[in-house]
Write a protein that binds this ligand. Structure first.
Ligand SMILES: NC(=O)c1ccc[n+]([C@@H]2O[C@H](COP(=O)([O-])OP(=O)(O)OC[C@H]3O[C@@H](n4cnc5c(N)ncnc54)[C@H](OP(=O)(O)O)[C@@H]3O)[C@@H](O)[C@H]2O)c1
Length: 306
């Protein structure tokens, strides 16, 4: 009996347990291993082809060219440094893109994802944007997740295959959405981790080890969700009352962090940047408002004076 979905080449990936993977950095290698562990017929290609040897030894088919990698399967997963790498790889093989589903798990901006979706559509292929939320060690676990966006029907048809890698968090049809959510959480991740490194540097200069600082560091980060939950409805209502905290108090507090950093002989550029933002908020007249009014300062897109 003919299966309606299976007759559509764009929807075959899930049922056929066949997939092509292009890009074998640490992340791509982890993905390749996950597919092999689940019994998938895996085709791999990488610019530095020798990186495919490990997976080939475990049963993957090592394509000798991008064209061969594309032509072997309908579903093609990309795990590359950026979207520019995607164009370097796919442009010379563009004639083989017709009818393919390209699930792009490379990091880049929402704009780049939208442009890629248009470019691929022009070559008869469908783009599904992805943003992986875990390091390679988290691949193969449903406790990990990946943001996805793009045509819902195509995403749903390939969902089971994608769940070999992580669980899925589909954000909508608009191709930029997965990249946007990915970058929003990376925004928080990078700045939070650097603030932790900054505090560690100050602690170390005071003879405190990372181990001794661990419970304090964990305590403050574990408290952040309560702050986020408290301020969320106020931010959405564009209300920034100073009933709980005042920006003027925030300025005094960040000045204390800045001077503690200087006293320790540590680079103070991080608290200086926060202080500069807070002071701009004061100049804008938000001194009696909450420090959430900094959002309004940031939205003005002025360049911070360094
Ligand atoms: N690693 C992580 O912890 C992590 C976590 C979440 C998300 N991600 C995202 O997952 C993606 C892959 O991560 P990764 O750690 O495997 O990255 P990576 O080490 O940068 O590997 C990137 C892959 O891209 C290829 N590549 C880069 N520039 C290229 C070009 N101009 N032409 C052709 N191929 C090119 C590399 O080929 P060669 O081998 O030939 O250099 C390699 O296969 C990235 O977008 C990353 O942001 C990574």
């Amino acid at each position: 009996m003919t299966d309606q979905k299976n007759s559509n080449p764009n929807l075959e990936g899930q049922k056929s347990k066949k997939v092509t993977l292009i890009g074998l950095g640490p992340m791509g290698l982890a993905m390749g291993n996950a597919f092999l562990n689940k019994g998938y017929e895996l085709t791999v290609w990488n610019r530095t082809l020798s990186k495919a040897d490990e997976l080939a030894a475990k049963g993957a088919f090592k394509a000798s060219s991008v064209t061969e990698a594309l032509e072997t399967n309908e579903l093609v997963i990309l795990s590359l440094t950026s979207y520019d790498a995607m164009y370097s790889i796919l442009e010379p093989a563009a004639a083989s893109l017709q009818g393919k589903v390209i699930v792009n798990l490379s990091s880049d901006t929402p704009h780049k994802a939208r442009e890629a979706a248009k470019w691929l559509a022009g070559h008869g292929a469908i783009h599904i944007t992805g943003g992986v939320q875990v390091p390679p060690s988290g691949i193969g676990s449903l406790e990990s997740f990946t943001f996805y966006s793009g045509p819902r029907e195509v995403f749903e048809a390939n969902k089971k295959t994608l769940e070999v890698l992580t669980s899925t968090d589909y954000r909508g049809e608009e191709p930029g959405l997965a990249a946007l959510y990915y970058q929003l959480q990376m925004d928080i991740f990078w700045t939070s981790m650097v603030s932790y490194f900054h505090a560690i540097a100050v602690a170390k200069k005071n003879g405190i080890t990372a181990e001794e600082f661990l419970s304090t560091a964990s305590g403050i980060t574990a408290a952040l969700p309560q702050f986020i939950q408290f301020y969320t409805p106020r931010i959405d209502a564009d209300e920034h009352p100073g009933d709980v905290d005042k920006l003027s108090m925030g300025v005094a507090s960040v000045e204390h962090v800045f001077h503690t950093t200087e006293e320790a002989g540590v680079d103070a550029s991080l608290p200086a940047a926060v202080l500069e933002l807070f002071k701009r908020g004061m100049q804008e007249g938000y001194h009696n408002n909450s420090f959430t009014s900094i959002i309004k300062v940031l939205e003005k897109q002025e360049t911070a004076s360094l």
